[in-house]
Design a protein around this ligand. Structure first.
Ligand code: DHB
Ligand code: FE
Length: 276
């Protein structure tokens, strides 16, 4: 069994972010000033309202330093902040619901046409799952040649590339849709996921007496030419953490309806993409 440390997971997530994201700095100075001022004012108000002591201020400083040292900024921000950025970014859409990307997406997973079996170990644990559906435009037209990019953790809650000892593309893949917009992916059902608890984020969670769980989920990016890409997650009914996800990323529209099928489960979910 793999044993991921927060520092190793955080360092990989930080490296991944720095490799993949373009950090543009075209925000005008007035807007930078306004956002920084309002965040700082919210901090100042919290200190006054709660009569924060020097000891508490120093504990905060030490903790912030540790988040950076553990490389945990991507994990911390995606768990506690990203959901509101996503809410604002996608408020005007009428197609399928999105939710947070999280820190563990890796572009360039193996690509198949119409049907894919995700790369997995010969002895991959977990309930076999077939996930299929159709990608459409908001007017109902099916989208041929759309791309469904999926990634999820294994039956122990670990993601390939961010926990040691897992083959690099394990449980990650892309499939293009067929002439009726259809796709089918064979994989295993992911387990509930506990964010790493031995680093700075875990220390905060323990100090506040919160829990570290995300409900079991599939991550997806669905793209098609001429349409807005969607980044989302899908969830399984009955998971004990569907109602108190640490990352606040569950939406009712993102709940699957698994049917048992042979020795596994069959899930169907269709995506609707807004025009670009
Ligand atoms: C984190 C992990 C996830 O798998 C996810 O979907 C969101 C956030 C995290 O550890 O920060
Ligand atoms: Fe995840």
């Amino acid at each position: 069994m793999t044993n991921a440390t927060a520092a190793a997971t955080g360092a990989s997530a930080t490296e991944r972010f720095q490799a993949d994201k373009t950090h543009t700095s075209d925000t005008p100075p007035e807007r930078v000033g306004q956002l920084a001022r309002e965040v700082l004012e919210a901090v100042h108000d919290t200190i006054r309202k709660n009569q924060v002591s020097y000891a508490e201020y120093d504990a905060l400083k030490a903790w912030l330093i540790r988040v950076g040292a553990d490389g945990e900024w991507p994990l911390f921000l995606d768990v506690f902040v990203e959901h509101v950025v996503e809410e604002v970014a996608n408020a005007g859409r009428s197609g399928s619901k999105g939710t947070i990307e999280g820190p563990f997406y890796v572009p360039g997973a193996p690509l198949s046409e119409v049907e894919a079996t995700l790369p997995m170990r010969p002895d991959e644990k977990g309930t076999p799952m077939t996930f299929h559906g159709v990608v459409r435009a908001v007017d109902g037209t099916t989208l041929d040649g759309a791309e469904v990019d999926i990634w999820h953790c294994d039956d122990d809650g670990f993601y390939a590339r961010f926990a040691p000892g897992i083959p690099e593309w394990n449980l990650r893949g892309r499939v293009t849709t067929g002439d009726k917009g259809q796709f089918l992916i064979r994989t295993i059902q992911p387990a509930p996921y506990q964010i790493p608890t031995d680093g700075a984020t875990g220390a905060l969670i323990r100090a506040a007496n919160w829990h570290a769980w995300r409900p079991a989920h599939l991550h997806l990016k669905v793209t098609a030419p001429g349409h807005l890409p969607i980044t989302t997650q899908l969830y399984f009914p009955g998971d004990p953490h569907n109602n108190d996800d640490i990352a606040s990323a569950v939406k009712p529209e993102l709940m699957l309806d698994p049917r048992s099928s042979g020795d596994g489960v069959d899930v169907e979910y269709d995506f609707v993409l807004d025009p670009a």
